[in-house]
Structures are given as C-alpha cells and as structure tokens.
Design a protein around this ligand. Structure first.
Ligand code: R5P
Length: 295
C-alpha cells in the first residue's frame, strides 16, 4: 500500500502538488506515480474547508491514479454533504449519494472517515455503492473531557437520536430534536433548516453533563440542547463534537452559555483540542501501509 497526500504533513511527506491556473482551474500532479502503478494506494486529503474545490481535486487525483491501475482508499476526516442524505422537498438533490457515486465512478475503492453523519454507527458500511469505514472520535472526546474537566461524575448525552451511537457506550441517553418544517432564507443564496426544539425525557438535575454531537455547524442544535439541560438544573454543562464549524457567532454563544467546549481538529477552529491524527494513523496501520508514516 503506497501513501499519497497533499494536505497531511503530520502523516506523510506531501507528494501531491495542487495549484491553480490564472483562470481558476485546478492543477493536480501526483509525484512518485511510478510507485502507484498497479498498487493499493492510500490517499489522505482534507475535504474541508472549500469542499467543492477539495472534492474536485480528489476526483482529479482518483482519475490520475485509476489511469495507472491503482486501487485507491481515501482517508478524509470530515466527509462533506453527509447531511444531505434525505430529501424534504420535491426536486431536492440527494447530494450525499451524488458524492459517493461520483467517487466510485472515478475509482475510489474505499473511504475511511470519522463520524460520517449519514452512517450513524461505527464500522464498515456500504452507501451508494461506496464502501465506507466510519471511525468514531467519541472515545477520544470523552477521555479528553474527563482529563480536562477533572470530574469523575460526568454524564454523556447526545442532543438528538442520530448521535446516540456516540454516547451509548458511556451509558448515555439522547435528547430529541425537532427541525423546522421549512427552509429559512438567511440571505440571497444561503439556506438551512432551523432547529425548533431539543427536548429531554430524562433527569439532569445536579449532574455534570457532557453533550456530544457529530458536528456543530450553525450551533442551533447545541445551543438549544445546552439551554434545555441548564433549565433542567444541571450543575455543569460541557459540549463537544467531532467536527466543529462554528458558523456565524455560534462559538461565542456556546462559550458564554456552557462551562466548556471543544472539538477534534478534523476542521480547524479555536477549540480544536483533540487530535484526530492518531485515529487516522491507526486506520493506516490496520491497512498495513508500507510507506513511512511520520512518527
Ligand atoms: C444533525 O442531526 C447533526 O447531528 C447535528 O446535530 C447538526 O448537523 C448540527 O447542526 P447545527 O449546528 O447547524 O444545528
């Protein structure tokens, strides 16, 4: 198995060039192509920020590798479009399927990713013909919380049932989320589904609570969850997520509202305190990669 990557200097020597032509077209060149010929190749690439460009660059890399008969596994800590696995209005694109099918079409054999939204469980899966290994960062996040907060008595819960797999092994319960039934226009081109309610059917009074989710995007879910738990009389409330986008002013709001907040570094942000690289290195080691992995 040979290792190629433009974006993970923590893991391997960057050996893919990505540049831009003056008109904005992307240019991609994989070095060491002779070593990829007919081989199993691991491609490490971040698909966020600038996800559309990153996806197109990935397709350029996959096509280049396929042309020399390589079988490529993509390792991407965050998988974009993973929340668009359902349609709500007639005519909407099923973008999660579009992306998976596109990657398969251009030669992707397997995707290794972390807390992929539409899978809702850890382990091996197949979605839109793409084989996916979904790794969970939940253990790292809970371990970090216990070390950072120094509280023995910490209950781990999720803000909705979709994220239950993140908390169930810690005996955690899930709240229930209700999304708004329509899309709000936040601007000429921006769209999102608002969060109406996050409710709870279990007691949190006098407990120290960690609310764990796969991602914090606009913060709508986490803010409502923290408010609910505080109203329920929790002693201290912390929040964490695998992927932290913190759009608009949501990080400031959550810092004020909670007793502490952190995420992994799958997406760069100011509270990315948990390193995702050991999880990725383990996935590599399990795949028995021959190329040198940076210590
Ligand atoms: C969705 O169900 C996810 O698990 C997250 O709860 C959601 O994507 C977070 O988005 P936001 O921060 O915009 O509420």
């Amino acid at each position: 198995m040979f290792l190629v990557s433009p974006t993970f200097p923590e893991i391997s020597q960057p050996n893919i060039e990505i540049k831009v032509f003056p008109d904005g077209d992307s240019y991609v060149r994989i070095n060491d192509m002779d070593k990829c010929q007919g081989e199993d190749v691991s491609l490490f690439h971040r698909l966020y920020p600038k996800q559309n460009t990153a996806i197109f660059n990935t397709i350029q890399m996959l096509h280049t590798l396929k042309r020399v008969g390589a079988r490529t596994t993509l390792i991407a800590p965050y998988f974009p479009y993973s929340r668009q696995d359902k349609t709500f209005l007639m005519g909407e694109a099923l973008s999660a399927q579009v992306l998976c099918k596109l990657l398969v079409e251009f030669g992707l054999v397997k995707l290794i990713t972390v807390d992929c939204h539409f899978l809702k469980r850890e382990g091996e899966a197949e979605y839109a013909n793409l084989k996916i290994q979904n790794i969970s960062a939940s253990r790292l996040l809970v371990e970090h919380a216990r070390g950072k907060i120094g509280l023995e008595q910490l209950e781990v819960i999720s803000p909705d049932e979709g994220a239950n797999y993140l908390v169930s092994e810690f005996g955690g319960k899930s709240m229930k989320k209700e999304r708004g039934g329509h899309y709000d226009n936040a601007g000429a081109e921006e769209t999102y589904r608002s969060v109406e309610k996050v409710e709870r059917s279990f007691d949190v009074k006098d407990k120290n609570i960690l609310i764990l989710d796969d991602m914090i995007a606009t913060g709508g879910t986490m803010i409502k969850a923290v408010e609910n738990v505080k109203k329920g009389g929790a002693r201290k409330v912390f929040c964490a997520a695998t992927h932290g986008f913190f759009l608009n002013d949501s990080l400031d709001k959550l810092k004020k509202l909670s007793d502490g907040i952190f995420t992994t570094n799958s997406i760069p942000n100011d509270v990315a305190e948990v390193d995702i690289v050991p999880l990725l290195k383990k996935a590599l080691a399990d795949g028995q990669v021959d190329a040198p992995i940076r210590p």
